[in-house]
Ligand binder design. Structure first.
Ligand code: CA
Length: 231
């Protein structure tokens, strides 16, 4: 058994931000390995095999996306992208390349630590149960029975169309991860045309209404405008 202190690789070239993130994580009980460039990040990734990577996209020696690509060639180690860019395209590109989540700078400590916990929890859930949890998914009153293809909330059966069910099942299989519109559309319909996003939004609005989601409440499915959905 390895030590139960998770090891986190922090890739950020601005020393004060790197130090801030490391201090925050250490205070949260994590072990940290700081890297100030893309090339040192790759070396440290290989020698330390961290449980999670915090990855800045704007690095001095290379684009952070190269580090992301490099890690994804060999592992599913969770990666949270740190980005000063508020461009949606960068977030979408990073998520499509396999990042688990992103945090836009500047960020609050509490939110940041919550994202870290989620990414680690999802990763350990996957390694214990395999990529696709067998049989049943349960969270806060929401139950999905994969064999029966049925969904219930607080014991009440929810009537979903086949497409709606497929979307809910897909989100649950990637619980905690922000899925981009493109990814969902490709997984559900297999193709992408100009009407796809509208079609997805209509289905999603129906799903959220049926699950009893309300604006401003703690909901099962979160929508980040222009990016995607997360369960
Ligand atoms: Ca930077």
């Amino acid at each position: 058994m390895k030590s139960n202190r998770y090891k986190i690789l922090v890739v950020e070239d601005e020393p004060n931000i790197n130090e801030f993130v490391c201090t925050l994580l250490e205070a949260g009980g994590y072990q940290v390995v700081p890297a100030l460039s893309g090339s040192s990040a790759m070396l440290l990734y290989n020698s330390h095999r961290p449980d999670l990577i915090i990855l800045d996209l704007g690095l001095p020696d290379m684009d952070g996306l190269n580090v992301l690509r490099y890690v994804r060639e060999s592992s599913l180690t969770p990666i949270i992208v740190l980005s000063a860019r508020d461009g949606e395209m960068d977030k979408v590109e990073a998520l499509n390349m396999g990042a688990n989540d992103y945090v836009t700078k500047p960020f609050g400590s509490e939110e940041f630590l919550a994202r870290v916990r989620t990414a680690l929890r999802v990763a350990s859930h996957r390694s214990e149960n395999g990529m696709f949890p067998g049989g049943r998914f349960e969270t806060d009153g929401l139950v999905i029975d994969y064999d029966a293809r049925s969904v219930s909330v607080d014991g009440q059966q929810i009537k979903l169309t086949q497409t709606e069910y497929n979307i809910v099942a897909l989100l649950s299989e990637h619980v905690g991860k922000m899925l981009t519109y493109d990814f969902i559309i490709h997984e559900i319909w297999g193709y992408n045309d100009t009407g796809s996003i509208k079609k997805l939004q209509v289905n999603m609005a129906n799903i959220r209404r049926k699950l009893g989601d309300k604006p401003g409440k703690k909901n099962y499915i979160v929508n980040e405008l222009g990016v995607g959905y997360r369960m």
